[in-house]
Every structure is written in structure tokens, then in C-alpha cells.
Design a protein around this ligand. Structure first.
Ligand code: APR
Ligand code: ZN
Length: 235
């Protein structure tokens, strides 16, 4: 652990939610196994087969009611409460488990299942129902234009400037539960290194970007993340 760590950026992926019972994307039985990404998670798919896309996300939104944060989410929420320096938790995940664990300094770069985006006014509003029911936009009132507030392949992730500004100031970059398969998130470790940060990977198995990290620890997030947070907080 570097001595002068003040500013931390944490990147999380589907692996941090796996032990809560949510499927990852690329593992055995992963979400993309039953579907082709281009049929589900692209603007063209939404235009071509809206009910299929809305239903895919309606099902994932409904599944959130049956799961809860695990020890890894809880540990990051503790870090958020107790860490005096800067902290930004950048999640690729669209589940709400970080929030439900209590994390505040959090950013969803790929959107959120519990949010709706209006294709009419561009407004985003929290949403917990089923989009197949054709809800009106909570911002402009229009009907028929509400879609999942999910960043589809080919669309721009949210708040990239804010993420890059945090990486430029980071002393420590920690990647948790991600395969390093999707950019721009997969490139954040190189960006952090470029700005002089130490880099640590906590993952079940080596990822596509493991060679970029100063240190990689392999194991389940529910074990590695609480241990790392204890280390950082000097517990
Ligand atoms: N603890 C830690 N890591 C785990 C665990 C666990 N219990 N279970 C799985 N993992 C790891 C896997 O080894 C894998 O490296 O989590 C990673 C999950 O990788 P993906 O399924 O590719 O998920 P992710 O990296 O988040 O995908 C990135 O791709 O499809 C898009 O938008 C989607 O945000 C997603 C992005
Ligand atoms: Zn609207």
C-alpha cells in the first residue's frame, strides 16, 4: 500500500454482484450467453424489437427485489463513510446494490436499471416498474418514449469527464470484479498508471487487463474487498 494515498478511484464490474446472485455477462451462464448483444443492448435492437429489449431489462429490474448487497458492497460503503480523502466508486453495473449498501460517492457509467430515460425530452427519472406497460415520462409527461436508462453498446457512457478528472488525481486505482473486456472502463487502469497511481486488481480470476496492474489478488470479492478496505483504513 503506498504511504501517501489520499485519492482513490474504485472501478467495479459484474463480479462484485455475483455473490449477491446477479449474473455476470461473460462467465458460464452469463447474461450474454442466452442473447446476442446486438439483439439486446444496442439502439438498433431497441428500434428493431422494442418489446424484447424492454422485457430483458424489466426482468433484470424485477430480479433486484430478490437480491441484496454482499460483504463487498458493504465494505465499499464503509470505505465511503470513513475515508477522509477523495473517493469515487465508478461502477459499470446497473444494479442498485452499491446504493443499497450505503455508498454515496458513486457513479453509474453504464446507467441504472432503476432509472428511466425519455427519448423525447432526454429526462432521466427513477423508475421501478415494467416498461412493457408503456409508462409516461415522469419529466415531460409524454408517453411511448420511455426506455431503459442503460448505456447501450455504441452509446456514450455517462460522466466520462468526471471519471477522467478523478483518475488524473488518483493515488490508487482499484478494479473489482471486471473482465476488462469493455472500453472505456478497460482502459482506466492505464490512464491511472499514466497519472502515477498505484493499481490493484481484485478479481476471481485473471482478467484481460491483469498485466496492467501493479498487484492482482485473485479470489471472491466478498473476501478480498473487506480485507482490502481494512488494510486501507488501517483497521
Ligand atoms: N468475485 C470477484 N470477481 C468475480 C466474481 C466474484 N465472486 N465472480 C465473477 N467475477 C469476475 C469474473 O472473473 C470476470 O472477470 O467478474 C468479472 C465479470 O466480467 P463480465 O461478466 O465481463 O462483467 P463486466 O466486466 O462487468 O462487463 C463489463 O460489459 O456487457 C457489458 O455493460 C456491460 O458493464 C458491462 C461490461
Ligand atoms: Zn420526457
Amino acid at each position: 500500500m503506498p504511504t501517501a494515498v489520499r485519492n482513490i478511484v474504485v472501478l467495479t464490474g459484474a463480479g462484485i454482484s455475483a455473490e449477491s446472485g446477479l449474473d455476470t455477462f461473460r462467465g458460464p451462464g452469463g447474461l450474454w450467453e442466452g442473447h446476442r448483444v446486438e439483439d439486446i443492448c444496442t439502439p438498433e435492437a431497441l428500434a428493431r424489437n422494442r418489446p424484447l429489449v424492454l422485457d430483458f431489462y424489466d426482468q433484470r429490474r424485477a430480479a433486484l427485489g430478490g437480491v441484496k448487497p454482499n460483504a463487498a458492497h458493504e465494505a465499499l460503503a464503509r470505505l465511503d463513510r470513513e475515508w477522509a480523502g477523495d473517493l469515487l466508486i465508478v461502477t459499470q453495473n446497473v444494479d442498485d446494490l452499491h446504493e443499497r449498501a450505503g455508498a454515496k460517492r458513486l457513479l453509474h457509467m453504464h446507467g441504472e436499471l432503476m432509472s428511466a430515460l425519455c427519448e423525447g425530452c432526454g429526462g432521466r427519472a427513477s423508475f421501478g416498474g415494467a416498461m412493457l406497460d408503456g409508462p409516461d415520462c415522469a419529466v415531460c409527461g409524454e408517453s411511448g418514449g420511455v426506455r431503459p436508462d442503460i448505456v447501450f453498446f455504441g452509446e456514450m457512457p455517462y460522466e466520462m469527464d468526471r471519471i477522467e478528472a478523478a483518475l488524473a488525481e488518483a493515488d490508487l486505482f482499484v478494479s473489482i470484479g471486471t473482465s476488462g473486456a469493455v472500453y472505456p472502463a478497460a482502459g482506466y487502469v492505464q490512464m491511472a498508471r499514466h497519472f502515477g497511481a498505484e493499481t490493484l486488481e481484485l478479481n476471481l480470476e485473471p482478467s484481460a487487463g491483469s498485466y496492467n496492474f501493479d498487484e492482482s489478488r485473485m479470489g471472491p470479492a466478498s473476501v478480498l474487498v473487506p480485507a482490502w478496505v481494512d488494510e486501507v483504513l488501517g483497521a
